[in-house]
Design a protein. Structure first.
Length: 320
């Protein structure tokens, strides 16, 4: 969607090919085109909404577009913007953002902008269109943009994204990680924030991801507490899953009633080659040296400690 004559229909036609059809919206005379795009095994439903300058509900086009966005809540809006006239075009962009819908800016006529020497910082969540339609490069989210810019790993944190690991909105990101051969670090622990369900980081969500993406290297982190045995089931069930105890103090593993006692058994036995040392020491009010010394003080064999500190992480990242 975008302003009239912003190039949105040209973009739509390139993406959907010749399979679009017209759909009428009840109570109004304006219409929208719909089509489908098949991309890397995914089928994406596309809708080309009427051109509009705003969502103020004064014109039939504004009424149609506003009602469509509210009633259908698309996964993402590709907002075509004439790069040489950002001030006029971005007013609509801000209104879309206010609806809480993810937005990708498609900057049209970028070749003219570059020719005129006008700098535009088109960062994450944007793509450029040369001429009317020539080059389209970009990603549907900041996470995908980070992958495109050479990120070494993806780390979608459930309590920030408000999505459990198995939410299908994450699946294109996992697929991209598989394509690029990089791992994904997935949050797995109780969340104390009341803004999300307390079990949004439960291991069962990672289990589904591991089954759906057996080729994806997964580092399940943040200790799995209080579902520690469920957490250990992940690497026991899936060869592509490793685990770590980031943000939790290792000394608790040797404290009766802490819920972490199972670490001592599994680190010496069936999960010796899957548990990795990790820490977010900058937020724990403890030095890195202190946390390392806590692991060294645990009643574990030198062999187990060597795996935790070094060998398991070496294997996880070298096999990518």
């Amino acid at each position: 969607m975008g302003n009239p004559n912003s190039g949105k229909t040209t973009l739509f036609n390139v993406l959907s090919g010749s399979h679009e059809h017209v759909g009428n919206y009840s109570g109004v005379t304006v219409d929208a085109k719909s089509g489908r795009l098949k991309y890397k095994g995914y089928t994406i439903d596309l809708t080309d909404l009427p051109g509009t300058y705003a969502l103020s509900a004064y014109t039939p086009e504004e009424v149609y577009v506003r009602r469509f966005l509210i009633d259908h809540t698309p996964d993402v809006v590709v907002n075509t913007v004439v790069a040489s006239n950002l001030e006029r075009n971005l007013y609509l962009t801000t209104q879309i953002i206010d609806l809480g819908i993810p937005v990708v800016l498609a900057l049209n006529m970028m070749d003219l902008v570059e020719k005129n020497g006008d700098p535009i910082n088109a960062g994450m969540g944007t793509c450029g269109l040369c001429g009317q339609i020539g080059l389209w490069t970009g990603w549907l989210s900041p996470s995908e943009a980070a992958l495109a810019n050479g990120a070494a790993a993806l780390s979608p944190t459930a309590f920030r994204t408000k999505l459990p690991a198995n939410d299908k909105k994450n699946y294109p990101l996992y697929a991209k990680c598989c394509e690029l051969g990089i791992p994904v670090h997935i949050y797995c622990s109780l969340n104390l924030s009341a803004s999300v369900p307390y079990d949004i980081g439960h291991p069962r969500y990672i289990d589904e991801v591991a089954r759906d993406f057996p080729e994806l290297k997964i580092m399940a982190g943040v200790s799995g507490w209080p579902w520690v045995l469920d957490f250990f089931a992940l690497p026991l069930r899936h060869k592509n899953v490793y685990i770590n105890f980031e943000t939790h103090e290792p000394q608790k593993f040797d404290q009766r009633g802490s819920g972490y006692e199972s670490y001592l058994y599994y680190a010496e036995h069936s999960l010796m080659d899957r548990i990795c040392f990790a820490t977010n020491w900058t937020t724990q009010s403890l030095s890195l040296e202190t946390l390392i010394s806590q692991v060294e003080a645990l009643p574990l064999s030198d062999k187990a400690k060597e795996h935790i500190f070094y060998l398991n992480a070496k294997r996880f990242y070298e096999e990518l």
